[in-house]
Design a protein around this ligand. Structure first.
Ligand SMILES: NC(=O)c1ccc[n+]([C@@H]2O[C@H](COP(=O)([O-])OP(=O)(O)OC[C@H]3O[C@@H](n4cnc5c(N)ncnc54)[C@H](O)[C@@H]3O)[C@@H](O)[C@H]2O)c1
Length: 235
Protein backbone atom coordinates (compact mmCIF):
# COMPACT_ATOMS: atom_id res chain seq x y z
CA UNK A 1 0.00 0.00 0.00
CA UNK A 2 1.16 3.59 -0.56
CA UNK A 3 1.70 5.67 2.60
CA UNK A 4 2.40 9.37 3.01
CA UNK A 5 4.27 10.42 6.17
CA UNK A 6 4.92 14.06 7.05
CA UNK A 7 7.89 15.09 9.19
CA UNK A 8 9.74 12.06 7.80
CA UNK A 9 13.25 13.57 7.82
CA UNK A 10 13.90 12.86 11.50
CA UNK A 11 12.47 11.80 14.85
CA UNK A 12 9.10 10.07 15.12
CA UNK A 13 8.14 10.70 11.46
CA UNK A 14 11.35 9.03 10.25
CA UNK A 15 10.75 6.06 12.56
CA UNK A 16 7.22 5.64 11.17
CA UNK A 17 8.43 5.83 7.58
CA UNK A 18 11.09 3.18 8.34
CA UNK A 19 8.56 0.92 10.09
CA UNK A 20 6.00 1.16 7.29
CA UNK A 21 8.71 0.31 4.74
CA UNK A 22 9.73 -2.71 6.87
CA UNK A 23 6.08 -3.77 6.82
CA UNK A 24 6.14 -3.77 3.00
CA UNK A 25 4.50 -0.44 2.24
CA UNK A 26 5.73 2.13 -0.25
CA UNK A 27 6.32 5.42 1.56
CA UNK A 28 6.42 9.02 0.38
CA UNK A 29 8.22 10.97 3.10
CA UNK A 30 7.36 14.67 3.21
CA UNK A 31 9.42 17.27 5.08
CA UNK A 32 10.74 20.80 4.71
CA UNK A 33 14.22 19.32 5.26
CA UNK A 34 16.12 17.33 2.64
CA UNK A 35 16.46 13.53 2.75
CA UNK A 36 12.84 12.68 1.91
CA UNK A 37 10.92 11.92 -1.30
CA UNK A 38 9.01 15.24 -1.29
CA UNK A 39 10.66 18.32 0.19
CA UNK A 40 7.93 20.85 0.94
CA UNK A 41 7.02 23.34 3.60
CA UNK A 42 3.59 22.52 5.01
CA UNK A 43 2.96 26.15 5.95
CA UNK A 44 2.06 26.53 2.26
CA UNK A 45 -1.47 25.27 2.91
CA UNK A 46 -2.71 26.22 -0.58
CA UNK A 47 -0.04 24.01 -2.18
CA UNK A 48 -1.15 20.84 -0.35
CA UNK A 49 -4.24 19.83 -2.45
CA UNK A 50 -2.30 20.26 -5.71
CA UNK A 51 0.58 18.20 -4.29
CA UNK A 52 -1.78 15.33 -3.43
CA UNK A 53 -3.62 15.52 -6.76
CA UNK A 54 -0.41 15.28 -8.84
CA UNK A 55 0.77 12.06 -7.15
CA UNK A 56 0.57 9.13 -9.61
CA UNK A 57 -1.34 7.13 -6.97
CA UNK A 58 -3.34 8.23 -3.93
CA UNK A 59 -1.88 7.19 -0.56
CA UNK A 60 -4.25 5.02 1.49
CA UNK A 61 -2.21 5.53 4.64
CA UNK A 62 -1.59 9.07 5.89
CA UNK A 63 0.50 9.84 8.97
CA UNK A 64 0.57 13.48 10.08
CA UNK A 65 3.77 13.58 12.15
CA UNK A 66 5.25 16.99 11.26
CA UNK A 67 4.92 19.39 14.17
CA UNK A 68 6.70 22.17 16.01
CA UNK A 69 6.80 23.24 19.65
CA UNK A 70 7.68 26.68 20.94
CA UNK A 71 8.46 26.78 24.66
CA UNK A 72 8.09 30.10 26.49
CA UNK A 73 6.58 31.50 29.68
CA UNK A 74 2.81 32.17 29.89
CA UNK A 75 3.09 35.97 29.55
CA UNK A 76 5.43 35.67 26.56
CA UNK A 77 3.05 33.66 24.39
CA UNK A 78 2.66 35.85 21.30
CA UNK A 79 0.31 35.64 18.34
CA UNK A 80 2.83 35.06 15.49
CA UNK A 81 4.28 32.03 17.32
CA UNK A 82 0.84 30.67 18.19
CA UNK A 83 -0.29 31.20 14.58
CA UNK A 84 2.75 29.33 13.22
CA UNK A 85 2.10 26.36 15.52
CA UNK A 86 -1.59 26.47 14.57
CA UNK A 87 -0.67 26.33 10.87
CA UNK A 88 1.79 23.42 11.13
CA UNK A 89 0.21 21.39 13.96
CA UNK A 90 -3.48 21.85 13.12
CA UNK A 91 -4.28 23.33 9.71
CA UNK A 92 -1.73 21.40 7.63
CA UNK A 93 -2.89 18.01 9.02
CA UNK A 94 -6.51 19.01 8.35
CA UNK A 95 -5.80 20.08 4.75
CA UNK A 96 -3.87 16.83 4.19
CA UNK A 97 -6.75 14.78 5.60
CA UNK A 98 -9.24 16.62 3.37
CA UNK A 99 -7.06 16.37 0.25
CA UNK A 100 -6.20 12.68 0.59
CA UNK A 101 -9.75 11.74 1.65
CA UNK A 102 -11.31 13.67 -1.25
CA UNK A 103 -9.21 11.72 -3.73
CA UNK A 104 -9.81 8.36 -2.01
CA UNK A 105 -13.58 8.93 -1.98
CA UNK A 106 -13.50 9.90 -5.68
CA UNK A 107 -11.53 6.74 -6.49
CA UNK A 108 -13.73 4.53 -4.25
CA UNK A 109 -10.79 3.45 -2.05
CA UNK A 110 -10.56 2.94 1.71
CA UNK A 111 -7.92 4.56 3.92
CA UNK A 112 -6.38 4.82 7.34
CA UNK A 113 -5.05 8.08 8.79
CA UNK A 114 -3.06 8.62 12.00
CA UNK A 115 -2.41 12.07 13.51
CA UNK A 116 0.45 12.56 15.96
CA UNK A 117 -0.79 14.66 18.82
CA UNK A 118 0.75 14.67 22.33
CA UNK A 119 -0.12 13.75 25.90
CA UNK A 120 0.22 17.54 26.42
CA UNK A 121 -3.32 17.72 25.01
CA UNK A 122 -4.50 16.08 28.27
CA UNK A 123 -1.82 17.33 30.66
CA UNK A 124 -0.35 20.64 29.42
CA UNK A 125 3.26 21.18 30.46
CA UNK A 126 4.57 24.42 31.92
CA UNK A 127 5.70 26.96 29.29
CA UNK A 128 3.81 25.24 26.44
CA UNK A 129 0.33 26.79 26.52
CA UNK A 130 -0.25 27.11 22.79
CA UNK A 131 1.50 23.84 21.85
CA UNK A 132 -0.92 21.99 24.16
CA UNK A 133 -3.86 23.88 22.63
CA UNK A 134 -2.86 22.86 19.08
CA UNK A 135 -2.49 19.22 20.11
CA UNK A 136 -5.94 19.26 21.77
CA UNK A 137 -7.36 20.75 18.56
CA UNK A 138 -5.81 17.92 16.54
CA UNK A 139 -7.60 15.35 18.73
CA UNK A 140 -10.90 17.10 18.08
CA UNK A 141 -10.19 17.11 14.33
CA UNK A 142 -9.37 13.38 14.55
CA UNK A 143 -12.84 12.71 15.98
CA UNK A 144 -14.69 14.98 13.53
CA UNK A 145 -12.85 13.47 10.56
CA UNK A 146 -13.57 9.94 11.82
CA UNK A 147 -17.29 10.83 11.99
CA UNK A 148 -17.39 12.19 8.43
CA UNK A 149 -15.07 9.70 6.76
CA UNK A 150 -16.17 6.45 8.45
CA UNK A 151 -19.03 5.94 5.96
CA UNK A 152 -16.42 6.11 3.17
CA UNK A 153 -14.27 3.36 4.71
CA UNK A 154 -11.64 5.75 6.00
CA UNK A 155 -10.53 5.42 9.62
CA UNK A 156 -8.93 8.34 11.47
CA UNK A 157 -7.05 7.90 14.75
CA UNK A 158 -4.39 9.70 16.78
CA UNK A 159 -1.35 8.75 18.82
CA UNK A 160 -0.37 10.91 21.80
CA UNK A 161 3.30 10.34 22.66
CA UNK A 162 4.95 11.46 25.84
CA UNK A 163 8.57 12.56 26.03
CA UNK A 164 10.47 10.89 23.19
CA UNK A 165 14.15 10.87 22.31
CA UNK A 166 14.14 13.12 19.22
CA UNK A 167 15.72 16.42 18.09
CA UNK A 168 12.47 18.17 19.13
CA UNK A 169 12.93 17.05 22.73
CA UNK A 170 16.55 18.20 22.74
CA UNK A 171 15.42 21.60 21.38
CA UNK A 172 12.72 21.94 24.07
CA UNK A 173 15.25 21.06 26.79
CA UNK A 174 17.53 23.81 25.46
CA UNK A 175 14.67 26.36 25.38
CA UNK A 176 13.71 25.46 28.98
CA UNK A 177 17.35 25.63 30.05
CA UNK A 178 17.58 29.16 28.60
CA UNK A 179 14.40 30.23 30.46
CA UNK A 180 15.42 28.71 33.79
CA UNK A 181 19.18 29.27 33.70
CA UNK A 182 20.03 25.58 34.16
CA UNK A 183 21.48 22.91 31.86
CA UNK A 184 19.27 20.99 29.37
CA UNK A 185 19.96 17.78 31.32
CA UNK A 186 18.65 19.42 34.52
CA UNK A 187 15.34 20.17 32.80
CA UNK A 188 14.97 16.58 31.53
CA UNK A 189 16.05 14.56 34.58
CA UNK A 190 13.07 15.35 36.88
CA UNK A 191 10.60 14.63 34.09
CA UNK A 192 12.17 11.28 33.24
CA UNK A 193 12.57 10.30 36.90
CA UNK A 194 8.85 10.92 37.50
CA UNK A 195 7.83 8.50 34.74
CA UNK A 196 6.68 5.03 35.81
CA UNK A 197 8.99 3.51 33.15
CA UNK A 198 11.88 5.83 34.19
CA UNK A 199 13.02 6.58 30.63
CA UNK A 200 12.00 8.47 27.50
CA UNK A 201 10.39 6.65 24.59
CA UNK A 202 12.52 5.80 21.58
CA UNK A 203 10.90 6.88 18.28
CA UNK A 204 10.45 3.26 17.12
CA UNK A 205 8.27 2.55 20.18
CA UNK A 206 5.84 5.27 19.06
CA UNK A 207 6.04 4.03 15.46
CA UNK A 208 4.88 0.52 16.48
CA UNK A 209 1.56 1.87 17.77
CA UNK A 210 1.09 4.15 14.76
CA UNK A 211 1.74 1.22 12.41
CA UNK A 212 -0.84 -0.86 14.30
CA UNK A 213 -3.50 1.86 13.98
CA UNK A 214 -2.67 2.32 10.28
CA UNK A 215 -2.98 -1.42 9.61
CA UNK A 216 -5.98 -3.69 9.08
CA UNK A 217 -5.28 -5.15 12.54
CA UNK A 218 -7.06 -2.01 13.79
CA UNK A 219 -9.93 -2.33 11.29
CA UNK A 220 -12.61 -1.55 13.92
CA UNK A 221 -10.77 1.34 15.59
CA UNK A 222 -11.61 4.91 14.58
CA UNK A 223 -11.85 8.32 16.25
CA UNK A 224 -9.52 7.21 19.06
CA UNK A 225 -6.39 8.65 20.62
CA UNK A 226 -3.85 6.13 21.90
CA UNK A 227 -1.59 7.55 24.61
CA UNK A 228 1.97 6.16 24.38
CA UNK A 229 3.81 7.91 27.19
CA UNK A 230 5.27 5.35 29.57
CA UNK A 231 2.39 5.94 31.98
CA UNK A 232 3.01 9.67 32.47
CA UNK A 233 -0.70 10.41 32.06
CA UNK A 234 -3.30 7.98 33.38
CA UNK A 235 -7.07 8.36 33.28
N1 LIG B 1 9.43 14.32 20.85
C1 LIG B 1 8.46 14.31 21.76
O1 LIG B 1 8.74 14.19 22.96
C2 LIG B 1 7.02 14.42 21.33
C3 LIG B 1 6.04 14.21 22.30
C4 LIG B 1 4.71 14.30 21.95
C5 LIG B 1 4.36 14.60 20.65
N2 LIG B 1 5.33 14.80 19.72
C6 LIG B 1 4.89 15.10 18.36
O2 LIG B 1 5.40 14.13 17.46
C7 LIG B 1 5.61 14.73 16.19
C8 LIG B 1 7.05 14.48 15.75
O3 LIG B 1 7.90 15.04 16.74
P1 LIG B 1 9.48 14.79 16.77
O4 LIG B 1 9.86 14.77 18.18
O5 LIG B 1 9.84 13.67 15.86
O6 LIG B 1 9.95 16.20 16.14
P2 LIG B 1 11.23 16.59 15.28
O7 LIG B 1 11.38 18.07 15.37
O8 LIG B 1 12.37 15.75 15.66
O9 LIG B 1 10.74 16.23 13.79
C9 LIG B 1 9.68 16.94 13.21
C10 LIG B 1 9.85 16.96 11.71
O10 LIG B 1 8.79 17.77 11.16
C11 LIG B 1 9.34 18.59 10.16
N3 LIG B 1 8.56 19.83 9.99
C12 LIG B 1 8.36 20.79 10.93
N4 LIG B 1 7.70 21.82 10.37
C13 LIG B 1 7.49 21.50 9.07
C14 LIG B 1 6.89 22.18 7.98
N5 LIG B 1 6.41 23.41 8.10
N6 LIG B 1 6.84 21.55 6.78
C15 LIG B 1 7.37 20.32 6.63
N7 LIG B 1 7.98 19.64 7.62
C16 LIG B 1 8.04 20.23 8.83
C17 LIG B 1 10.76 18.91 10.65
O11 LIG B 1 11.60 19.33 9.59
C18 LIG B 1 11.19 17.59 11.27
O12 LIG B 1 11.83 16.75 10.33
C19 LIG B 1 5.29 16.22 16.35
O13 LIG B 1 3.98 16.45 15.88
C20 LIG B 1 5.39 16.43 17.85
O14 LIG B 1 4.58 17.50 18.28
C21 LIG B 1 6.65 14.70 20.01
Amino acid sequence: MLALVTGAAQGIGKAIADKLRQDGHQVIGVDRQAGVEAQLDLTDLEGIPAFIDQLPECPQILVNAAGICLTRPFFEVEQPGFARMQTINVQAPLVLIQSVAARLVKEGKSGSFVNITSNSAFMPKLEQLDYAATKAALISITKSAALSLGPHGIRVNAVAPGITNTPLTQGIAQQRADIRGVSPEETLAPVVNALPLKRMAEPHEIAEVIAFLASDAASYVTGQTYVVDGGQWMR
